[in-house]
Design a protein around this ligand. Structure first.
Ligand SMILES: *[C@@H]1O[C@H](CO)[C@@H](O)[C@H](O)[C@H]1NC(C)=O
Ligand SMILES: *[C@@H]1O[C@H](CO)[C@@H](O)[C@H](O)[C@H]1NC(C)=O
Ligand SMILES: *[C@@H]1O[C@H](CO)[C@@H](O)[C@H](O)[C@H]1NC(C)=O
Ligand SMILES: *[C@@H]1O[C@H](CO)[C@@H](O)[C@H](O)[C@H]1NC(C)=O
Length: 736
C-alpha cells in the first residue's frame, strides 16, 4: 500500500522572485490505496530515492530556488536534496521528539500507530541563511531554525543548537491532521488544529512584530471542521496595504437539511495581511475574514448534475500579472460509493467579484443561508485598513463597531465562484481511482503555450493531461500518458523533472518520455505532447530555443497527414509482421495497443488476398480474443488505428492454426514424469530446432519459441532458465 501525498513541480518559471517568494505546496495526504501496475509503465519514467535511515511519511515541503535544493520532511528527519544533481549525497537532519515527551505521549494512549514521534510538517524560508521548521513533536508541536548557509556550496544544513520554539498555532498536534502555513515578513500564517484533541481549527498568525490573531473560536459560521489545502499571498492592487492572503479549504456544510445540500463544501477564504483584530469586539480575531464557495460540477447527458465538493488540492499558476494567477483546483466527489474526480480552474477576477458581491445571511440555527439585502456598513467588510479605498483608516482597530460586528455574523459570501467556462477542465467518472494531487506546468510548443496537468492518483500513478482550447467557450482534454511512480529502477537523470512524494518515499518522474510514443512521425504527432516533437529520426524532447525547421509538432490538431508527409509510408513498411499460433478449438489473443489512448481500433482479416473485417470477437483495450479457432481463422490480421482521420497499421499478425490432435499428442508426452525422449542420433548436431520426424507445424512452433525467447532481456532469460530447469532436457531436443 502506498499513498501519494504532496507533490510539487521543479520550478521552471525563471521570473519567480527568489528566496522569500519560495512557496511550498503542502497538500493532504491520507490517500491510501493499493499500487497499480499500468501497462504504459516505462521503468525509466520514475526514479525513486532511497535513504539510509528508517523513516516514513515523506512530504515535499519546500523548493529552495536560491540554492537549487528540495527540502523533505518525514518522521523525525529533514532532508535537503540537490535538485541539479540528485545523485549527490543528501544532507540529513535527525530531529526526534524528546524521549521524555515521547513517554508522556504514550501515556495518553495516542501512540498506537506510532504518532508519538516528531513528524516534520513545515519548512519555510526565514532569512538569507536560515529556515524555520516545525514538527508535531509527539503531540506537542515544536519549531526551530535551520542554518542552511549562504550558498549551496557551503553544503550546510543543521539545526540551530539548543533553540526550540513552541509550535502551537503553527503545526497540528496530530500527524494525521493536515495543515498549511506560510511565512510572510516573519509572520507565520497557518491553517491548523491548535489543540491536542483536534477540535479547534483556526487560521492563525503568529511570530513577527504583529499581535497573534486567529479566526473566531468555535463559531461554525466561520469554520466548521475545516481541512486546509493551500495558502498563498495574492496582491489585490498596487497599494501594499491591500495585500491579502488567500486560503483554500473544505469544511462541513451547515445546511445539511435532509441531505438536499452537500455535506462537504469547497471554499476559498481571505484575510488582509495587515489585520490587527478589533478594538472592542473581535479582539485578536480577524476583522477581514471572508469566505466563498467554490463550485465544480458537470451536467451529464441525462441532465443529472454531478458535483465535486471535496477539495483535495490547489495549484496556483502565476501569470504575467501577479494579481491574477490562475487557480487550479482538484476535487473529488464526496462520499465513498461513487468515485469521481475533476479539475476546475478559477480566475482571480471571478473570485474577487464574488467577494465584492452580496453577503450571505443566516437567521438562526435552522435557517438556510439567504442573500443579505440590508444596509452594509462602511468601510465595506473585508476591505483592508489603509488601502486604496480606506486611506484614512490606519488600523483594523479603527473599524467601526458596526463594521466589525457585521463581519462576525456574515463571513460568507452569497454567490459561489464558478469555474472558467462553468465546467471542469478534466473530469473522471466511472473509473476505479481518484485524483489526489495536482501540479501544472507551462510548456512552450511550436504552435503556442500549453498547460500540462500532472495528476496523482490513489493507485500510485501520475497522469499527464493536456487541455486544448476548442472554441472560445470550451476545451478538449487529452490524456498523454500514465506513469507508475513507486517502483525501483534508477537510470539516467532528466533535466526537467517532477518530484512525487508519499508515505512510501520520494520519486523523481520525467516530465517527458517522448520515446514511449513510438518510432514513427505519425505517433509522435498524434501524441500531441507539447514536450515532444519529431526531429526527422525520432520523437524527442522539444525545446523552443532550438528552432529547427525540421521539427514536426502539432499540439493543437495532431494532424500527421500535414506534419508527417513522406514519413508515414516508411513506418508502415518498417512494421514487422509477427507470427502467432493458435490451437484448433481453443482461444487466442491478438495484441494491439495503439500508443495513443484516443485512437479507435479496427481489425482486418486477410486471406488469399482478400481483406475483410474480423468476425465476432471479444475486444479489449489491448487486443482481441478469438474463440473456438478452426482452420478458417488462419491468415493475416491487421490492426488499424484511426485518430483525427489518420489511419495507420499498428500491428500485423500472421495466425497459424495447429491441428488439435498433434498438439494433444505432444503435450501428453511432455507431461510424463520421465519423458521418453526420442532417441537422438549421436552424430546429429544438438540444436534447438527440430528436424524430422516432426510434422512441419511443430518446426514452426519451435522457431517461434526460439525467436520469442531471444527477444527477452538477459534478466528475463535467466529467470526463465531458473523456472524451467526441469524442462531443459526436452527443450534441448526441441520439445520446449
Ligand atoms: C523502522 O521503524 C519501524 C517503526 O518506526 C519499525 O517497525 C521497523 O522495524 C524499523 N525498521 C528497521 C529496518 O529498523
Ligand atoms: C537569520 O536568522 C537567524 C535566526 O534568527 C539568525 O541567527 C541569523 O543571524 C540571521 N541571518 C541573517 C543573515 O540575518
Ligand atoms: C485608531 O486607533 C488607535 C488605537 O486604537 C487610536 O489611537 C487612534 O486614535 C484611532 N484613530 C482614529 C482616526 O480613530
Ligand atoms: C469455422 O468457424 C467459422 C466461424 O465460427 C464457421 O463459420 C465455420 O463453419 C467453421 N468451420 C469449420 C470447418 O468448423
Amino acid at each position: 500500500r502506498v499513498s501519494l501525498g504532496t507533490f510539487s513541480l521543479r520550478p521552471t518559471l525563471k521570473r519567480m522572485p527568489p528566496h522569500t517568494q519560495c512557496r511550498k505546496s503542502n497538500q493532504p495526504s491520507h490517500k491510501k490505496t493499493s499500487i497499480f501496475q499500468t501497462e504504459l509503465m516505462d521503468t525509466r519514467a520514475a526514479r525513486p530515492f532511497s535513504f539510509s535511515f528508517n523513516t516514513s511519511d515523506y512530504r515535499i515541503l519546500l523548493m529552495d530556488q536560491d540554492q537549487g535544493r528540495l527540502y523533505l520532511g518525514s518522521q523525525e528527519y529533514l532532508v535537503a536534496l540537490d535538485m541539479h544533481n540528485v545523485n549527490k549525497e543528501p544532507l540529513i537532519i535527525h530531529w526526534p521528539a524528546p524521549a521524555k515527551r515521547k513517554g508522556e505521549c504514550q501515556m495518553t494512549g495516542k501512540g498506537k500507530q506510532g504518532e508519538c514521534a516528531n513528524f516534520v510538517r513545515l519548512i519555510e524560508p526565514w532569512n538569507r541563511t536560515h529556515l524555520y521548521t516545525c514538527g508535531t513533536g509527539a503531540y506537542q508541536p515544536i519549531c526551530t531554525f535551520i542554518n542552511r548557509g549562504w550558498r549551496a556550496e557551503d553544503y550546510l544544513f543543521r539545526l540551530v543548537p539548543g533553540y526550540v520554539d513552541s509550535g502551537k498555532g503553527k503545526c497540528s498536534y496530530d500527524p494525521k491532521q493536515e495543515n498549511v502555513a506560510i511565512l510572510i515578513n516573519n509572520n507565520l500564517y497557518a491553517g491548523v488544529h491548535i489543540d491536542f484533541m483536534s477540535t479547534d481549527a483556526a487560521l492563525f498568525r503568529t511570530m513577527g512584530g504583529r499581535t497573534a490573531i486567529r479566526t473566531e473560536q468555535y463559531d461554525s459560521r466561520w469554520l466548521n471542521e475545516p481541512v486546509f489545502v493551500q495558502i498563498q499571498q495574492i496582491p489585490d492592487s498596487a497599494q501594499k496595504n491591500d495585500d491579502k492572503l488567500y486560503f483554500f479549504f473544505r469544511e462541513k456544510s451547515l445546511d445539511s437539511n435532509g441531505g438536499a445540500s452537500p455535506t462537504v463544501l469547497a471554499r476559498v477564504g481571505r484575510v488582509c495581511l495587515n489585520d490587527e483584530g478589533g478594538q472592542k469586539s473581535l479582539v485578536n480575531r480577524w476583522t477581514t475574514f471572508l469566505k466563498a464557495r467554490l463550485i465544480c460540477s458537470v451536467i451529464g447527458k441525462d441532465g443529472v448534475e454531478t458535483r465535486f465538493d471535496e477539495l483535495r488540492d490547489v495549484f496556483i499558476q502565476p501569470t504575467q500579472d501577479e494579481r491574477s494567477p490562475m487557480v487550479y483546483a482538484l476535487f473529488t466527489t464526496a462520499g465513498s460509493v461513487f468515485k469521481g474526480s475533476a479539475v476546475c480552474v478559477y480566475s482571480m477576477a471571478d473570485i474577487r467579484n464574488v467577494f465584492n458581491g452580496p453577503f450571505a445571511h443566516k437567521h438562526g440555527h435552522n435557517y438556510q443561508w439567504t442573500e443579505y439585502t440590508g444596509k452594509i456598513p462602511y468601510p465595506r467588510p473585508g476591505t483592508c485598513p489603509g488601502g486604496t479605498f480606506t486611506p484614512g483608516i490606519r488600523s483594523s482597530k479603527n473599524f467601526t463597531d458596526e463594521a466589525v460586528n457585521f463581519i462576525r455574523a456574515h463571513p460568507l459570501m452569497f454567490h459561489p465562484v464558478y469555474p472558467i467556462h462553468r465546467r471542469p477542465l478534466v473530469v473522471r467518472t466511472g473509473v476505479d481511482y481518484r485524483f489526489t494531487a495536482l501540479v501544472v506546468d507551462q510548456v512552450d510548443a511550436v504552435d503556442g503555450r500549453y498547460e500540462v496537468l500532472f495528476l496523482g492518483t490513489d493507485r500510485g500513478t501520475v497522469q499527464k493531461v493536456i487541455v486544448l482550447p476548442k472554441d472560445p467557450t470550451s476545451f478538449e482534454e487529452l490524456t498523454l500518458e500514465e506513469v507508475e511512480v513507486f517502483r525501483v529502477s534508477p537510470d539516467e537523470i532528466q533535466p526537467r523533472n517532477l518530484y512525487v512524494s508519499s508515505d512510501a518515499g520520494l520519486t523523481q518522474v520525467s516530465l517527458h518520455r517522448c520515446g514511449v510514443y513510438g518510432r514513427a512521425c505519425s505517433d509522435c504527432c498524434l501524441a500531441r505532447d507539447p514536450y515532444c516533437a519529431w526531429d526527422g529520426e525520432s520523437c524527442s524532447a522539444f525545446t523552443p530555443s532550438t528552432k529547427r525547421r525540421s521539427r514536426r509538432q502539432d499540439v493543437k490538431h495532431g494532424d500527421p497527414l500535414r506534419q508527417c508527409r513522406g514519413f508515414n509510408a516508411k513506418v508502415e513498411k518498417r512494421l514487422r509482421e509477427t507470427m502467432q499460433f493458435g490451437v484448433e478449438g481453443s482461444s487466442t489473443f491478438l495484441e494491439c495497443q495503439p500508443r495513443s489512448p484516443q485512437a479507435t481500433v479496427k481489425w482486418l482479416f486477410q486471406r488469399e488476398g482478400k481483406r475483410k473485417l474480423v468476425r465476432e470477437i471479444l475486444k479489449t483495450n489491448h487486443g482481441i480474443l478469438l474463440k473456438t479457432l478452426n482452420q478458417t481463422d488462419a491468415g493475416l490480421y491487421h490492426c488499424l488505428a484511426t485518430e483525427n482521420n489518420f489511419k495507420h497499421t499498428v500491428a500485423r499478425v500472421a495466425l497459424r492454426i495447429l491441428d488439435r490432435d498433434i498438439v494433444l499428442a505432444l503435450t501428453a508426452e511432455d507431461e510424463d514424469e520421465e519423458p521418453k525422449t526420442r532417441p537422438v542420433e549421436p552424430h546429429q548436431p544438438q540444436s534447438s530446432f527440430v528436424s524430422t520426424p516432426f510434422p512441419p507445424e511443430i518446426r514452426l512452433i519451435n522457431q517461434y519459441c526460439q525467436s520469442y525467447w531471444e527477444q527477452l532481456s538477459p534478466k528475463q532469460q535467466q529467470q526463465r532458465k531458473r523456472t524451467s530447469r526441469r524442462h531443459t532436457e526436452s527443450q534441448d531436443q526441441g520439445l520446449g
